[in-house]
Design a protein around this ligand. Structure first.
Ligand SMILES: [Zn+2]
Length: 68
């Protein structure tokens, strides 16, 4: 893998990290956000032990979230 490939990878990782943070913020505020893959609405699903999931119905968006 070349140096160029690495920096492209890092940029994508940073982008998706920020996208994920934004998504979490919006869903927690009660905004309706659609999954960018399947376009279904993403919902906040409380689990146990202070864990919640932010996921769409199909599961292509599935973010584990630790609640404080
Ligand atoms: Zn989806």
């Amino acid at each position: 893998m070349t140096k160029l490939d690495f920096s492209a990878l890092n940029k994508n990782a940073a982008d998706s990290y920020h996208q994920q943070r934004n998504l979490i913020k919006k869903v927690c505020k009660g905004e309706q956000i659609n999954c960018q893959h399947c376009q279904l609405i993403i919902s906040l699903i409380p689990a146990q032990d202070g864990i919640a999931f932010i996921r769409c119905n199909k599961g292509c968006t599935n973010i584990e979230l630790e609640l404080g």
